[in-house]
Design a protein around this ligand. Structure first.
Ligand code: 3HC
Length: 536
């Protein structure tokens, strides 16, 4: 087994420069290679900037910064790599470019040197099969930002010498990374789960029914992920997301894996995200930020009809925002004078925050409320009754919108409102502004199963179960991949077990009724039926 002391990284874009930094900080001698002297110098700039940032944050000493840079040789000459023990290719995702580099390396490096690719999406087997020694070709897939995120996917092909994969795995551990060893399948583990989640968010944005800020808040605050999906697309690069979508779709033919039309358009337009200064957001210095409606649109008076913790929480939150709140016990709904109240929230009175009151009883309250208010009033209903609203039984004249308060996460607590046909923009703005003033992070999306947060989360979880069902990865592998590779605070299976397979399965089944491209995983349904967790 070759002992690795000299490493080469080819391609000094965002990922390549990050990988150079990781190895140089790990005290390896590194050749940092790009196609021209200018590109190699640009790569030096990326690495230096990142190290300078670490120094300014007090995470690296000036002396270590110098020592790290001294270990790196920036070059435009592949022929310099004669004594490299490991070469990692991180050039753009085009098979012909990869082939030409690996072919050239065959004539340059020692026969026992390991050749690795950081490809996000292309077939490692195809890359390996085009070389003279396919047994030494392996995937070593880092995650952006490489200096921060711990995951390294080590991709084995059917041609690889097991000792090569073992060496790369050991090396990843030596660098302080978390390796997950997997076979050569489109998207591997992390991208195969992350990219469809991102592309669903893009597709939802493209409908015009959800704003980009709401989509990002759904991921960051609602689910509790480090970034929202559109911000993450801009970080990863829209071209990369598009390429992975194409490869995934080629492999699966699942409609949900296809690259959304808006993504294709942005890539064609050269808006690739942060690296070009524009993607879903504008990163130029003079770009404005998305403003919410502000507090101007909020209501000054509201009523909360119901009982239980949720009702109390809402009354307190509205009062704290300066709203004059009328609190009405559910059974007293009939005697309350709510005419002219701009916002009425009807809440069930169960012990766990109002979600388990008998549906019929809440329906009665709701019917009473809607008969006493007029068309200017917006009525919000919490949870179970939401389904009632979604079924379209009530509310021909009155806007009755489902409201869902999500679990609080690091970013805050999402109050999500499903918008039904006929709701006016002013009504939505009033609800959003009032919820925001009351301390919630408001999200407005179409009043369909899952609205935005659960529509994204449940399908993401369903995909993870399908991957396990296909025998490609274990629930533990998936959770390592998503926590170490995408910074998730908890793995997808940890989230799923907490929510309960039955809740998620019901949600996915509901979504599948409206969208035939959503296919509930049989394994999820089995776990739901037997009430079995995935992680023991
Ligand atoms: N290089 C080095 N360090 C960086 C960095 C970079 N490019 N970006 C951020 N950091 C460091 C910061 O210095 C900071 O360190 P500190 O906490 O010790 O001071 C730390 O990371 C956190 O950064 P910030 O405080 O600026 O911001 P956040 O807390 O929001 O973290 C983030 C930024 C690490 C990018 C985090 O938001 C995150 O993990 N996001 C998810 C990213 C993700 O999912 N990546 C995977 C994409 S898929 C992929 O890459 C595969 C490919 O094939 C497509």
């Amino acid at each position: 087994m070759v002992s690795v002391t000299k490493v080469a990284v080819i391609g000094l874009g965002t990922m390549g420069a990050g990988i150079v930094e990781v190895f140089a900080k790990g005290e390896f001698a590194v050749y940092a290679v790009d196609g021209t002297t200018e590109l190699a110098e640009r790569g030096r700039g990326f690495v230096t900037k990142s190290l300078d940032r670490a120094v300014s944050k007090g995470k690296l000493t000036e002396a270590d910064r110098h020592a790290t840079l001294d270990r790196i040789t920036f070059t435009a000459e592949l022929t310099d790599l004669v004594d490299a023990d490991l070469v990692i290719e991180a050039v753009p995702e085009r098979m012909e470019i990869k082939h030409s580099i690996f072919t050239a390396l065959d004539d340059i490096v020692r026969p026992d040197a390991i050749l690795a690719s950081n490809t996000s999406s292309l077939s490692l087997t195809e890359i390996a099969a085009g070389t003279r020694h396919p047994e030494r070709v392996v995937g070593m897939h880092f995650f952006n930002p490489a200096p921060v995120l711990k995951l390294v996917e080590v991709i084995r092909t059917v041609l690889v010498d097991e000792s090569v994969a073992d060496t790369v795995r050991e090396l990843a551990l030596q660098l302080g990374k978390k390796p997950v060893v997997v076979g050569d399948r489109a998207g591997f583990v992390a991208n195969a789960l992350l990219i469809p989640y991102l592309s669903r968010a893009i597709a939802l944005y493209e409908t015009g029914k959800v704003s980009r800020v709401d989509l990002d808040n759904a991921g960051r605050v609602g689910i509790g992920l480090p970034m929202g999906p559109l911000t993450l697309c801009d970080l990863v690069g829209l071209d990369v997301v598009h390429e992975v979508c194409k490869v995934m779709y080629d492999a699966t033919k699942r409609p949900s894996d296809a690259s959304p039309s808006l993504l294709r358009q942005l890539v064609l337009a050269g808006r690739l995200g942060r690296k070009t200064g524009q993607g879903f957001y504008d990163y130029s210095a003079d770009a404005g930020v998305d403003e919410d409606a502000g507090t101007d649109a909020m209501t000054t008076s509201a009523a909360v009809v119901g009982e239980g913790e949720l009702a109390t929480q809402l009354v307190d939150a509205f009062a704290g925002a300066g709203v004059t709140v009328t609190a009405v016990d559910g059974p007293a709904a009939g005697t309350a004078d709510l005419a002219g109240t701009p916002l009425v929230v009807v809440v069930g009175g169960g012990a766990d925050g109002g979600f388990d009151t008998e549906g019929d009883e809440v329906d009665d309250w709701l019917a009473t409320v809607t008969s006493t208010v007029d068309a200017r009033t917006v009525v919000l209903t919490a949870d179970e009754v939401s389904e009632f609203v979604l079924a379209g039984v009530l509310g021909e004249d009155i806007a009755i919108l489902p409201l869902r308060l999500h679990q609080e996460t690091k970013g805050g607590q999402v109050a999500e409102v499903g918008v039904i046909l006929g709701t006016t923009p002013d009504q939505v703005a009033m609800v959003r502004a009032t919820l925001a003033a009351a301390g919630f992070v408001p999200i407005a999306g179409p009043a369909r199963p899952g609205v935005v947060v659960d529509a994204l989360l449940f399908q993401h979880l369903n995909d993870a179960v399908a991957m396990v069902d296909a025998g490609y990865a274990t629930p533990q592998d998936v959770d390592t991949a998503m926590t170490a590779g995408c910074g998730y605070p908890r793995g997808l299976f940890a989230i799923l077990d907490e929510l309960g397979a039955d809740v998620v399965a019901d949600g996915v089944v509901e979504q599948s009724v409206l969208d035939p491209s959503v296919v509930p995983s049989p394994l999820l349904l089995e776990h739901a039926a037997r009430d079995l967790p995935f992680l023991s």
